[in-house]
Design a protein around this ligand. Structure first.
Ligand code: F3S
Length: 399
């Protein structure tokens, strides 16, 4: 791989031991993927920092990088952790777990990461068209490529962390024009997508159908931001999709219009979405209702508050997860207090998928998130029911 003079110096350890290690890893991965050079990134977002997922080996690795003196060179943020960093005792998280999780955070902070603890880094810094990023959260990756036309691969494991330390990643995959072309035309005119949940089901279907390709989606006349968020999260979870081109949403979509007639075409019917829903739904009545995968926006919190208007306290456990920033904004707006007055638990920094929920006693989660429904049985042995937000609220008040 071609390296600039500065990159040679980093590799030789002149800029620090951690940076040298990080560059070595990125070069190795890049060479395996056929990258000819590295590319500077403006924002790195590291996932895989929940102690529940990375355990002792992950903690030791991150602390080692910090001890080596690693410092981020670009704006760098991190994904959710296994607990709310403030209210963890009320989540039922034990102090042994909390202590390890806080060590992960200290090491990341020492390296200069902003402890955003969210899977929605695009709410913190909006990516620009054509900008190169190194993000590790699959839902955010798909969102950045799809909605902003920014360029990022799904940086697995510690790669985004490494990219943060050297401000670069390997130039391959979604960073290259040729991999951003549509590979399948998806006509969703008859699918009846009219909610975040249905958009998520469409995303799940695409994840299964498309593999690593790029679907070009037509036929949904009016997309809401939260729908695209759910679609991207589901597509990234049920498949390895890193980008969609959505007519009316994606800035890069118009330039491919002329090529659409040459693409294989798939028509999506309501029964296709229904079958994704059935496959993911298993378990009895939900004993946990959950909104906030990916982390809920203010708009979603307002919608939930509106649905609760005039009602009392929920009869089932109802969790919402948000980023710190949205939490603070919601506090200012009185939304947190309002939701809490209905018995809803609003967590920041975390989500049920990356929290240590196994053994927490929940049997079935009812959620509008296809991604959560996919992961809960796999991560925690908890069944899932995919449902719309209104249905979740109805369930919350059932005897
Ligand atoms: Fe975020 Fe957790 Fe979902 S990290 S995308 S809320 S699984």
């Amino acid at each position: 791989m071609y390296l600039t003079r500065e990159e040679e110096r980093i590799l030789d350890g002149e800029e620090g031991e951690a940076e040298s290690l990080a560059l070595r890893v990125l070069v190795k991965v890049g060479e395996a993927l056929g990258a000819e050079r590295l590319v500077p990134v403006v924002h790195a977002h590291a996932s895989g920092i929940s102690y529940s997922n990375i355990g002792e080996p992950g903690l030791r690795f991150i602390e080692r990088l910090a001890r080596m003196g690693g410092k981020v060179r670009v704006y760098a943020t991190v994904n959710p952790i296994g607990m709310d960093s403030e209210y963890w005792p009320s989540m039922g998280v034990d102090s042994g777990f909390a202590e390890k999780q806080l060590r992960v955070l200290r090491a990341l902070r020492d390296m200069g990461f902003e402890l955003a603890l969210t899977c929605t880094p695009y709410y913190l810094r909006r990516p620009k068209l054509g900008e190169h990023l190194a993000w590790g959260e699959s839902s955010a990756v798909a969102y950045a490529n799809t909605v902003y036309g920014a360029r990022t691969n799904r940086e697995g494991g510690p790669l985004a962390l490494m990219a943060a330390l050297v401000g670069r990643t390997y130039l391959a995959g979604m960073h290259l024009d040729e991999n951003r072309r549509p590979t399948l035309l998806v006509d969703a005119s008859w699918a009846g997508v009219g909610s975040a949940t249905e958009a998520g089901l469409l995303g799940g279907l695409l994840g299964e159908l498309v593999g690593e390709g790029v679907p070009y989606i037509v036929g949904v006349p009016r997309w809401r931001e939260v729908w695209v968020k759910e679609l991207c999260a589901a597509a990234g979870a049920l498949g390895s999709l890193a980008m969609c081109l959505i007519e009316g949403v994606s800035p890069e979509a118009p330039k491919f219009r002329a090529e659409l007639s040459g693409l294989e075409r798939v028509q999506v019917e309501p029964r296709d979405l229904e079958s994704v829903k059935e496959k993911l739904s298993g378990g009895g009545e939900p004993d946990l209702l959950y909104l906030g995968c990916p982390h809920a926006s203010l708009e979603e919190l307002r919608e939930l508050a509106r649905l609760l208007e005039g009602r009392g306290r929920v009869r089932r456990e109802f969790w919402v997860s948000v980023s710190r920033r949205v939490f603070l904004e919601a506090l200012r707006e009185g939304l947190v207090e309002k939701l809490r007055s209905h018995g809803i638990k609003v967590w920041k920094d975390t989500c049920p998928v990356v929290a240590p929920l196994r053994g927490a006693g929940f049997r079935t989660v009812g959620t509008n998130s296809v991604k959560t429904a996919f992961y809960m049985p796999r991560m925690h042995g908890i069944g899932a029911l995919v449902m719309g937000l209104e249905e979740m609220v109805e369930y919350a008040f059932r005897e």
